[in-house]
Ligand binder design. Structure first.
Ligand code: NAD
Length: 485
């Protein structure tokens, strides 16, 4: 264990300044590749939450921010986007160290985040209200949109900066202010992002970051009476608790939760294309992705051929140091997640699924939290490995007979985040797309996303949508004005 006193210490970012936590305590954050602590993170508590919400509330009510026009807010967001793009390597280095993200992916992801802010920069002054024709004489009626207020932004560890931006960019375009509570496993990048807000010229207090644990920071933040909306991405258990707490305060929420998405391959699919899509669907980000295609549904007649091709393709994947450009699969991001993934592999074996690839940790690769890319065949959709979110590099393969069977199995889970269909038949593609209960469906691709397209879940995968032009309304109230003429 490194001498923690010499490690960089990350404070909270409150009212435009990096400040030590009220507790005076810091906790270590670990690099999942080296197994070593690399930084110390402020252990925030309710006092830090109080200070951050007060700063965000002040900034929302008075001063430069509420005086700005929407175009002026847009210009600040554009400048922030430029700063993110200019600092992409620095921010990406932190995500590699804290989360084990791959060098080959994360720099581009951070740059894209800059563009994400710039998309909402352009939208800020394009939210148009309406003149309402009514059945009343002698009155003029119109709507206007007003920012809701302080938004709590609570994020998980799997894609820290991207998921923070998904909330931050539209809420700022709408004119809200924010208190960010990043995951306790990956907090440093949010604090670094906070510093860029100051450089971009945002007024103090518009964006604040309080680091720490769910109970000590997340709960008082959600319960705070001056928080108007909660934007949460994370697991179902915390999501439910937040929803209950929000109900007590009659606050609005956006919940982006888990998934168990079906990746459906028909017998007429282009198998070369499908193999690549299945692999990236489940093994990108070491399977730690809400939209992972963790259930592969294969039509019976092509099952053996597809599995043989998958094994051949995946067994050549290079596991290793995430900072090396040729690494294809990195470590699992946190120790508890590493243990959870390994325990699900044991559950799958005990349920009778057949492990045809991987299935083990890789201590031979050093201290890193490596789990082999793992494929289980002979999975029945009722097994836990098919129903529960593993959030790791584990693929469950389930056979189906025809379209009806694929749709039935695809929908037979509590989640509804995403799904994909691989076929050359337009009829099949449209039929399955119409019947799958999920917020995103891909046809002959997996993972296409854009800041212009809405993303979110049906069923237990969440409430509301992120990205796209409509999302800005999640952060706005509608006011209806009647004027006697
Ligand atoms: P998590 O629910 O454990 O934690 C998420 C965040 O909530 C953390 O910051 C945590 O400290 C905080 N938190 C925990 N309990 C809280 C409480 N009672 N009150 C307030 N805050 C609380 O999730 P995780 O393990 O960090 O992330 C993995 C989960 O995130 C997976 O289920 C994954 O599917 C989901 N996810 C969803 C999406 C999506 O867009 N749908 C995207 C990425 C990840």
């Amino acid at each position: 264990m490194a001498n923690t006193a010499t490690l960089p210490h990350y404070g909270n970012y409150i009212d435009g300044a990096i400040v030590p936590p009220a507790s005076g305590e810091y906790f270590p954050t670990e690099n999942p590749y080296t197994g070593e602590a690399w930084a110390m993170i402020a252990r925030g508590n309710k006092d830090d939450v109080q200070a951050a919400v007060a700063a965000a509330h002040r900034a929302f009510e008075k001063g430069a921010w509420p005086e700005m026009t929407a175009s002026e807010r847009g210009r600040l967001l554009w400048r922030l986007g430029d700063l993110i793009i200019a600092n992409a390597q620095h921010l990406a280095d932190i995500e590699m160290r804290d989360n084990g993200k791959l060098a080959s992916e994360v720099v581009a992801q951070v740059r894209y985040m800059g563009q994400y802010f710039q998309y909402y920069a352009g939208l800020a002054d394009k939210v148009q209200s309406q003149v309402i024709p009514t059945d009343k004489k002698g009155v003029f009626c119109y709507t206007k949109y007003e920012a809701k207020g302080v938004v709590a932004v609570i994020t998980p560890w799997n894609s820290p900066l991207t998921l923070t931006s998904w909330k931050l960019a539209p809420l700022l375009a709408a004119g809200c202010t924010a208190v960010i509570k990043p995951s306790e496993f990956t907090s440093a990048s949010a604090v670094e992002l906070g510093k860029l807000f100051e450089q971009a010229g945002f007024p103090k207090g518009v964006v604040n970051v309080v680091t720490g644990f769910g109970k000590e920071v997340g709960e008082p933040l959600v319960a705070h009476p001056d928080v108007a909306h909660i934007g949460f991405t994370g697991g179902e258990i915390a999501g439910q608790m937040i929803y209950e707490q929000a109900a007590k305060g009659l606050k609005t929420v956006t919940l982006e939760l888990g998934g168990k998405s079906p990746n459906i391959v028909f017998d007429d699919a282009d198998l070369d294309q499908a193999v690549k899509g299945v692999v990236s669907g489940i093994f990108a980000a070491t399977g730690q992705s809400c939209q992972a295609g963790s259930r592969l549904l294969v039509q019976e007649s092509i099952h053996d051929e597809l599995i043989a091709r998958l094994i051949d393709f995946v067994s050549k994947a290079k596991l290793g140091d995430p900072t090396q450009m040729d690494t294809q699969i990195g470590p699992v991001a946190t120790r508890p997640q590493f243990e959870k993934v390994l325990s699900y592999i044991e559950v799958a074996k005990s349920e009778g699924a057949k492990c045809v690839l991987g299935g083990k940790a890789r201590p031979d690769l050093g201290a890193g939290l490596f789990v082999e890319p793992t494929i289980f065949t002979e999975v029945d959709n009722s097994m836990r490995i098919a129903q529960e979110e593993v959030f790791g590099p584990v693929l469950s393969v389930i056979k189906f007979k025809d379209e009806e069977d694929a749709i039935r199995i695809g929908n037979d889970v509590l989640y509804g985040l995403a799904g994909a269909v691989w076929t050359q038949s337009l009829h099949r593609a449209m039929l399955v797309t119409d019947k799958l209960k999920a917020g995103t469906i891909w046809v002959n691709n997996y993972r296409a996303t854009s800041f212009t397209a809405p993303f979110g879940g049906f069923k237990r995968s969440g409430i509301g949508r992120e990205s796209g032009s409509e999302t800005i309304k999640e952060y706005l109230e509608t006011k209806c004005v009647w004027i006697s003429t």
